[in-house]
Design a protein around this ligand. Sequence first.
Ligand SMILES: Nc1ncnc2c1ncn2[C@@H]1O[C@H](COP(=O)(O)OP(=O)(O)OP(=O)(O)O)[C@@H](O)[C@H]1O
Length: 251
Amino acid sequence: MTPLLSVRDLERRYGARIGCTGVSFDLYPGEVLGIVGESGSGKSTLLSCLAGQQRPDAGHVTYDGRDVLSMSEAERRRLARTEWAHVHQHARDGLRMGVSAGANVGERLMATGHRHYGDIRAAALDWLGRVEIAADRIDDRPQAFSGGMQQRLQIARNLVTGPRLVFMDEPTGGLDVSVQARLLDLLRGLVRDMGLSVIIVTHDLAVVRLLADRLMVMTGGRVVEQGLTDQVLDDPQHAYTQLLVSSVLQV
Ligand SMILES: Nc1ncnc2c1ncn2[C@@H]1O[C@H](COP(=O)(O)OP(=O)(O)OP(=O)(O)O)[C@@H](O)[C@H]1O
């Protein structure tokens, strides 16, 4: 099997400060890769370089055989619209707060070429149901939703177009524990049903324990350990991972 995404020696610096450096990994179709590390370890920098929001200073990123870093901006935007999705920590960064829930989901379909209003509305309704938002909320704006509902709407907006690769940045961050549990359950079901490839960044080991097949541990912008999630968490080899797992660094 060929990897969907290959990353080699990726580096991003902010002046003299390291954002991330020497990052290499392969992501296979249908695989969920978790990236963990404390605040400032380089997780967000890495994710934004992969998703094309920041330009790395060095390294290679290959997606489905294509060199991502040498693509034109138009090509990369097309990929981002059709094959990739990005679930942000704060729903407001991934939603359009001024339009209805139905439009938030439907406009993504329009952006990928769907034109039939009835079909788009039907697909939006179907997706609201899949993320457990009642059909009678379709015309409400996201402001009227709770934090958990907004996050579920953001997920529907991202997945309605059937992406292959999903970037998730702390998707359960800032939510109540009970809301987090429900959201995680929902995400796990969708990832499995749709066979999605996912890169999920979090500082929460419970999230990766539940969702990730493989785990990458970062500190100081470097990957210090990677492997199968259960192996890394149950038998951490690197001193930093041992600290992380023993919860000393967890807040
Ligand atoms: N825009 C920026 N300008 C300068 N330095 C930055 C910038 N963004 C990140 N950094 C630095 O890069 C390093 C990695 O930060 P990054 O935000 O990627 O870590 P993180 O693991 O995502 O942290 P958090 O969980 O708090 O978001 C840190 O030393 C940080 O101070």
